[in-house]
Design a protein around this ligand. Structure first.
Ligand SMILES: [Zn+2]
Length: 340
Protein backbone atom coordinates (compact mmCIF):
# COMPACT_ATOMS: atom_id res chain seq x y z
CA UNK A 1 0.00 0.00 0.00
CA UNK A 2 1.39 3.43 -0.85
CA UNK A 3 0.81 6.71 0.88
CA UNK A 4 -0.90 8.54 -1.92
CA UNK A 5 -1.88 11.84 -0.37
CA UNK A 6 1.28 13.63 -1.52
CA UNK A 7 0.97 12.63 -5.17
CA UNK A 8 -0.25 15.27 -7.62
CA UNK A 9 -1.42 12.65 -10.08
CA UNK A 10 -1.55 8.93 -10.46
CA UNK A 11 -2.65 6.29 -12.95
CA UNK A 12 -4.44 3.11 -12.05
CA UNK A 13 -2.87 -0.29 -12.53
CA UNK A 14 -3.91 -1.45 -16.01
CA UNK A 15 -3.44 -5.18 -15.51
CA UNK A 16 -6.43 -7.49 -15.85
CA UNK A 17 -8.10 -8.03 -12.47
CA UNK A 18 -10.42 -10.82 -11.47
CA UNK A 19 -13.16 -10.20 -8.91
CA UNK A 20 -11.08 -11.67 -6.06
CA UNK A 21 -8.24 -9.30 -6.84
CA UNK A 22 -10.55 -6.29 -6.96
CA UNK A 23 -12.09 -7.21 -3.64
CA UNK A 24 -8.69 -7.78 -2.08
CA UNK A 25 -7.72 -4.16 -2.84
CA UNK A 26 -11.05 -2.49 -2.11
CA UNK A 27 -11.47 -4.28 1.20
CA UNK A 28 -8.34 -2.57 2.55
CA UNK A 29 -10.44 0.55 2.75
CA UNK A 30 -12.66 -1.12 5.35
CA UNK A 31 -9.90 -2.80 7.30
CA UNK A 32 -7.61 -1.64 10.07
CA UNK A 33 -4.76 -1.62 7.53
CA UNK A 34 -6.10 1.57 6.04
CA UNK A 35 -3.86 4.55 6.76
CA UNK A 36 -6.37 7.29 7.45
CA UNK A 37 -7.69 8.03 10.86
CA UNK A 38 -10.21 10.72 9.92
CA UNK A 39 -13.63 10.09 8.44
CA UNK A 40 -12.56 11.48 5.03
CA UNK A 41 -12.12 8.25 3.19
CA UNK A 42 -15.65 7.13 4.04
CA UNK A 43 -17.06 10.49 3.03
CA UNK A 44 -15.10 10.54 -0.20
CA UNK A 45 -16.02 6.94 -1.02
CA UNK A 46 -19.66 7.89 -0.52
CA UNK A 47 -19.17 10.91 -2.82
CA UNK A 48 -17.93 8.52 -5.51
CA UNK A 49 -20.78 6.04 -4.97
CA UNK A 50 -23.36 8.85 -5.07
CA UNK A 51 -21.79 10.07 -8.33
CA UNK A 52 -21.35 6.64 -9.89
CA UNK A 53 -23.86 7.30 -12.64
CA UNK A 54 -22.57 10.75 -13.47
CA UNK A 55 -19.33 9.64 -15.14
CA UNK A 56 -18.68 10.92 -18.66
CA UNK A 57 -17.82 8.74 -21.69
CA UNK A 58 -14.24 8.63 -20.48
CA UNK A 59 -15.28 7.36 -16.98
CA UNK A 60 -14.26 10.70 -15.52
CA UNK A 61 -15.75 12.52 -12.56
CA UNK A 62 -14.69 16.11 -11.93
CA UNK A 63 -13.62 17.42 -8.54
CA UNK A 64 -16.61 19.76 -8.71
CA UNK A 65 -18.97 16.78 -8.91
CA UNK A 66 -17.14 14.90 -6.17
CA UNK A 67 -16.55 17.74 -3.74
CA UNK A 68 -20.04 19.08 -4.39
CA UNK A 69 -21.38 15.89 -2.83
CA UNK A 70 -18.60 15.81 -0.25
CA UNK A 71 -19.48 19.33 0.94
CA UNK A 72 -23.18 18.48 1.06
CA UNK A 73 -22.62 15.26 3.02
CA UNK A 74 -20.40 16.96 5.60
CA UNK A 75 -22.55 20.05 5.84
CA UNK A 76 -25.52 17.92 6.86
CA UNK A 77 -23.52 15.72 9.22
CA UNK A 78 -21.79 18.66 10.89
CA UNK A 79 -24.37 21.45 11.04
CA UNK A 80 -27.67 19.59 10.82
CA UNK A 81 -26.82 16.52 12.92
CA UNK A 82 -23.87 17.93 14.92
CA UNK A 83 -21.76 14.82 14.43
CA UNK A 84 -18.07 15.34 15.24
CA UNK A 85 -15.64 13.96 12.68
CA UNK A 86 -12.56 13.81 14.89
CA UNK A 87 -11.79 13.39 18.61
CA UNK A 88 -12.49 16.43 20.86
CA UNK A 89 -9.90 19.17 20.48
CA UNK A 90 -9.16 18.29 16.86
CA UNK A 91 -10.95 19.57 13.81
CA UNK A 92 -11.10 17.97 10.38
CA UNK A 93 -10.25 20.44 7.59
CA UNK A 94 -13.69 20.13 6.04
CA UNK A 95 -15.31 20.93 9.40
CA UNK A 96 -13.13 24.02 9.81
CA UNK A 97 -14.16 25.23 6.35
CA UNK A 98 -17.85 24.65 7.13
CA UNK A 99 -17.72 26.32 10.54
CA UNK A 100 -15.92 29.38 9.13
CA UNK A 101 -18.51 29.60 6.40
CA UNK A 102 -21.40 29.41 8.87
CA UNK A 103 -19.89 32.22 10.96
CA UNK A 104 -18.97 34.52 8.09
CA UNK A 105 -22.39 34.25 6.48
CA UNK A 106 -24.44 34.33 9.69
CA UNK A 107 -26.17 31.11 8.76
CA UNK A 108 -28.86 29.89 11.13
CA UNK A 109 -28.00 26.79 13.11
CA UNK A 110 -29.19 23.47 11.80
CA UNK A 111 -30.31 24.43 8.32
CA UNK A 112 -29.91 21.68 5.71
CA UNK A 113 -27.57 22.13 2.76
CA UNK A 114 -30.43 22.33 0.29
CA UNK A 115 -31.70 25.50 1.96
CA UNK A 116 -28.55 27.49 1.16
CA UNK A 117 -28.74 29.82 -1.82
CA UNK A 118 -27.14 28.66 -5.09
CA UNK A 119 -24.32 31.19 -4.62
CA UNK A 120 -23.66 30.00 -1.09
CA UNK A 121 -23.58 26.37 -2.21
CA UNK A 122 -21.06 27.08 -4.95
CA UNK A 123 -18.85 29.20 -2.71
CA UNK A 124 -18.83 26.52 -0.02
CA UNK A 125 -18.24 23.66 -2.47
CA UNK A 126 -15.28 25.51 -3.98
CA UNK A 127 -13.76 26.20 -0.56
CA UNK A 128 -14.18 22.56 0.46
CA UNK A 129 -12.70 21.38 -2.82
CA UNK A 130 -9.65 23.62 -2.56
CA UNK A 131 -9.02 22.66 1.05
CA UNK A 132 -9.65 18.90 0.79
CA UNK A 133 -8.50 17.87 -2.66
CA UNK A 134 -4.85 17.84 -1.56
CA UNK A 135 -5.18 14.97 0.90
CA UNK A 136 -8.39 13.13 0.18
CA UNK A 137 -8.03 12.12 -3.48
CA UNK A 138 -4.54 10.65 -3.25
CA UNK A 139 -5.20 9.03 0.12
CA UNK A 140 -8.16 6.97 -1.12
CA UNK A 141 -6.16 6.15 -4.25
CA UNK A 142 -3.39 4.67 -2.11
CA UNK A 143 -5.83 2.95 0.25
CA UNK A 144 -7.40 1.03 -2.62
CA UNK A 145 -4.11 -0.32 -3.95
CA UNK A 146 -3.96 2.08 -6.95
CA UNK A 147 -6.56 0.06 -8.87
CA UNK A 148 -9.70 2.15 -8.31
CA UNK A 149 -9.04 5.31 -10.29
CA UNK A 150 -6.51 7.54 -11.96
CA UNK A 151 -6.46 11.18 -10.84
CA UNK A 152 -5.01 14.55 -11.66
CA UNK A 153 -5.19 17.24 -8.98
CA UNK A 154 -4.25 20.04 -11.36
CA UNK A 155 -6.87 19.18 -13.95
CA UNK A 156 -9.25 18.20 -11.14
CA UNK A 157 -10.63 14.83 -12.15
CA UNK A 158 -10.57 11.17 -11.31
CA UNK A 159 -11.02 8.47 -13.98
CA UNK A 160 -12.45 5.20 -12.71
CA UNK A 161 -10.90 1.92 -13.85
CA UNK A 162 -13.63 0.34 -16.03
CA UNK A 163 -13.04 -3.09 -14.49
CA UNK A 164 -13.55 -1.74 -10.99
CA UNK A 165 -16.46 0.40 -12.16
CA UNK A 166 -18.59 -2.53 -13.20
CA UNK A 167 -17.56 -4.44 -10.07
CA UNK A 168 -18.71 -1.55 -7.87
CA UNK A 169 -21.93 -0.95 -9.83
CA UNK A 170 -22.99 -4.56 -9.39
CA UNK A 171 -22.38 -4.40 -5.64
CA UNK A 172 -23.16 -0.77 -4.96
CA UNK A 173 -25.68 -1.32 -2.19
CA UNK A 174 -23.52 -3.82 -0.31
CA UNK A 175 -20.40 -1.62 -0.56
CA UNK A 176 -22.40 1.38 0.56
CA UNK A 177 -23.65 -0.49 3.62
CA UNK A 178 -20.17 -1.67 4.50
CA UNK A 179 -18.90 1.89 4.16
CA UNK A 180 -21.62 3.17 6.53
CA UNK A 181 -20.86 0.42 9.01
CA UNK A 182 -17.15 1.23 9.23
CA UNK A 183 -17.83 4.97 9.16
CA UNK A 184 -20.37 4.64 11.99
CA UNK A 185 -17.96 2.54 14.04
CA UNK A 186 -15.37 5.30 13.70
CA UNK A 187 -17.86 8.09 14.49
CA UNK A 188 -19.19 6.30 17.56
CA UNK A 189 -15.72 6.56 19.07
CA UNK A 190 -15.54 10.33 18.72
CA UNK A 191 -19.16 11.27 19.54
CA UNK A 192 -21.50 11.10 22.51
CA UNK A 193 -24.31 8.60 22.67
CA UNK A 194 -27.01 11.20 22.01
CA UNK A 195 -25.37 12.40 18.79
CA UNK A 196 -25.14 8.90 17.38
CA UNK A 197 -28.84 8.05 17.68
CA UNK A 198 -29.98 6.80 14.26
CA UNK A 199 -26.43 7.26 13.02
CA UNK A 200 -26.74 4.87 10.07
CA UNK A 201 -29.84 6.66 8.78
CA UNK A 202 -28.13 10.01 9.22
CA UNK A 203 -25.18 8.82 7.13
CA UNK A 204 -27.48 7.32 4.52
CA UNK A 205 -29.57 10.46 4.26
CA UNK A 206 -26.71 12.95 4.45
CA UNK A 207 -27.13 13.77 0.76
CA UNK A 208 -30.92 13.50 0.60
CA UNK A 209 -32.94 16.52 -0.48
CA UNK A 210 -36.58 16.90 0.38
CA UNK A 211 -37.28 19.89 -1.83
CA UNK A 212 -37.48 18.70 -5.42
CA UNK A 213 -39.69 21.54 -6.62
CA UNK A 214 -37.10 22.56 -9.22
CA UNK A 215 -37.97 19.39 -11.17
CA UNK A 216 -41.63 20.19 -10.95
CA UNK A 217 -40.82 23.60 -12.40
CA UNK A 218 -38.80 22.12 -15.23
CA UNK A 219 -41.15 19.26 -16.08
CA UNK A 220 -44.55 20.81 -15.42
CA UNK A 221 -43.90 24.42 -16.40
CA UNK A 222 -41.20 24.05 -19.05
CA UNK A 223 -42.02 20.73 -20.63
CA UNK A 224 -45.72 20.79 -19.90
CA UNK A 225 -45.90 17.26 -18.55
CA UNK A 226 -49.47 17.44 -17.38
CA UNK A 227 -50.18 13.75 -16.83
CA UNK A 228 -49.02 11.25 -14.26
CA UNK A 229 -46.05 9.42 -15.79
CA UNK A 230 -47.41 6.11 -14.56
CA UNK A 231 -51.23 6.04 -14.69
CA UNK A 232 -51.69 8.83 -17.23
CA UNK A 233 -54.33 10.69 -15.22
CA UNK A 234 -54.23 14.49 -15.53
CA UNK A 235 -52.12 16.06 -12.79
CA UNK A 236 -53.88 18.44 -10.45
CA UNK A 237 -51.67 21.36 -9.46
CA UNK A 238 -52.03 20.56 -5.76
CA UNK A 239 -51.28 16.86 -6.14
CA UNK A 240 -48.10 16.82 -8.22
CA UNK A 241 -45.33 14.61 -6.87
CA UNK A 242 -41.76 14.46 -8.11
CA UNK A 243 -40.69 10.82 -8.35
CA UNK A 244 -37.27 9.21 -8.81
CA UNK A 245 -37.94 6.64 -11.56
CA UNK A 246 -35.05 4.51 -10.30
CA UNK A 247 -35.51 4.79 -6.53
CA UNK A 248 -33.45 7.39 -4.69
CA UNK A 249 -32.58 4.72 -2.12
CA UNK A 250 -30.53 3.04 -4.83
CA UNK A 251 -29.25 5.95 -6.87
CA UNK A 252 -28.65 8.49 -4.03
CA UNK A 253 -28.71 11.38 -6.45
CA UNK A 254 -31.16 13.79 -8.09
CA UNK A 255 -30.83 14.23 -11.84
CA UNK A 256 -33.39 15.36 -14.36
CA UNK A 257 -33.09 12.20 -16.48
CA UNK A 258 -34.39 10.15 -13.55
CA UNK A 259 -37.19 12.49 -12.51
CA UNK A 260 -40.83 12.12 -13.48
CA UNK A 261 -44.05 13.70 -12.28
CA UNK A 262 -46.72 11.49 -10.82
CA UNK A 263 -50.00 11.69 -8.96
CA UNK A 264 -50.01 11.23 -5.20
CA UNK A 265 -51.58 7.80 -5.46
CA UNK A 266 -48.92 6.33 -7.77
CA UNK A 267 -46.10 7.96 -5.82
CA UNK A 268 -47.35 6.44 -2.55
CA UNK A 269 -47.63 3.00 -4.07
CA UNK A 270 -44.37 2.98 -5.98
CA UNK A 271 -41.98 3.96 -3.15
CA UNK A 272 -38.70 2.04 -3.56
CA UNK A 273 -39.97 -0.28 -6.27
CA UNK A 274 -39.18 -0.28 -9.98
CA UNK A 275 -41.76 0.28 -12.69
CA UNK A 276 -41.95 -2.28 -15.53
CA UNK A 277 -39.71 -2.17 -18.55
CA UNK A 278 -42.29 -0.40 -20.71
CA UNK A 279 -41.97 2.68 -18.45
CA UNK A 280 -38.21 2.54 -18.80
CA UNK A 281 -38.66 2.86 -22.55
CA UNK A 282 -41.15 5.66 -22.02
CA UNK A 283 -38.56 7.50 -19.93
CA UNK A 284 -35.89 7.02 -22.61
CA UNK A 285 -38.25 8.66 -25.13
CA UNK A 286 -39.11 11.46 -22.70
CA UNK A 287 -35.41 12.13 -22.09
CA UNK A 288 -34.74 12.24 -25.81
CA UNK A 289 -37.34 15.02 -26.13
CA UNK A 290 -35.68 16.93 -23.32
CA UNK A 291 -32.25 16.55 -24.92
CA UNK A 292 -33.60 17.76 -28.28
CA UNK A 293 -35.15 20.75 -26.60
CA UNK A 294 -31.93 21.70 -24.84
CA UNK A 295 -29.95 21.11 -28.00
CA UNK A 296 -32.10 23.63 -29.85
CA UNK A 297 -32.12 26.03 -26.91
CA UNK A 298 -28.34 25.74 -26.66
CA UNK A 299 -28.00 27.37 -30.02
CA UNK A 300 -29.98 30.35 -28.78
CA UNK A 301 -28.18 30.40 -25.40
CA UNK A 302 -30.08 29.86 -22.20
CA UNK A 303 -31.91 32.79 -20.79
CA UNK A 304 -33.02 31.25 -17.51
CA UNK A 305 -30.95 29.62 -14.79
CA UNK A 306 -33.50 26.84 -14.51
CA UNK A 307 -32.85 25.84 -18.13
CA UNK A 308 -29.16 25.98 -17.48
CA UNK A 309 -29.54 23.59 -14.58
CA UNK A 310 -31.73 21.22 -16.60
CA UNK A 311 -29.31 21.09 -19.51
CA UNK A 312 -26.34 20.70 -17.15
CA UNK A 313 -27.99 17.67 -15.56
CA UNK A 314 -28.58 16.06 -18.95
CA UNK A 315 -24.94 16.48 -19.99
CA UNK A 316 -23.65 13.02 -19.14
CA UNK A 317 -26.96 11.29 -19.77
CA UNK A 318 -26.94 8.31 -22.13
CA UNK A 319 -30.01 6.14 -22.84
CA UNK A 320 -27.88 2.98 -22.68
CA UNK A 321 -26.56 4.14 -19.32
CA UNK A 322 -30.06 4.56 -17.91
CA UNK A 323 -31.02 1.06 -19.04
CA UNK A 324 -27.84 -0.28 -17.47
CA UNK A 325 -28.62 1.43 -14.15
CA UNK A 326 -32.08 -0.13 -14.22
CA UNK A 327 -30.38 -3.54 -14.50
CA UNK A 328 -27.90 -2.65 -11.76
CA UNK A 329 -30.79 -1.66 -9.49
CA UNK A 330 -32.35 -5.10 -10.01
CA UNK A 331 -29.03 -6.83 -9.38
CA UNK A 332 -28.66 -4.89 -6.15
CA UNK A 333 -31.95 -6.14 -4.77
CA UNK A 334 -34.41 -3.61 -6.16
CA UNK A 335 -36.25 -6.29 -8.02
CA UNK A 336 -39.79 -5.71 -6.83
CA UNK A 337 -41.81 -4.46 -9.79
CA UNK A 338 -44.81 -2.22 -9.22
CA UNK A 339 -47.32 -1.98 -12.05
CA UNK A 340 -49.52 1.12 -12.03
ZN1 LIG B 1 -50.74 8.13 -11.27
Amino acid sequence: MISGHRLSKGDYDHRHLNTDEIWQELSILFSSRSRNSASYKYGFFKSILDNLYNVDDDMKLTFDQLFGKFAEIYWNLVTKYRIAQMPAGKSAAVVTVINDFVQKNNIMAGIPFESLTDDQKITLQTKVKNKCKQNVVGALYGDTGCIFYAFDKKEEWIRINPQVYSYVCKRKTALEKLNYYEWAKYLEKVNTEETTVNLLSKLDESSKRSNLSVYRQILFDEFESRQCFYCGRPLREDGIQVDHFIPWAFIKDDKLWNMVLSCRNCNNKKRDKLAPDIYLRKLVTRNKDIQMHYYKEGIRKFSQSIDLRGSEEMKNYRPGGLMQIYTYARENGYNEIWTP
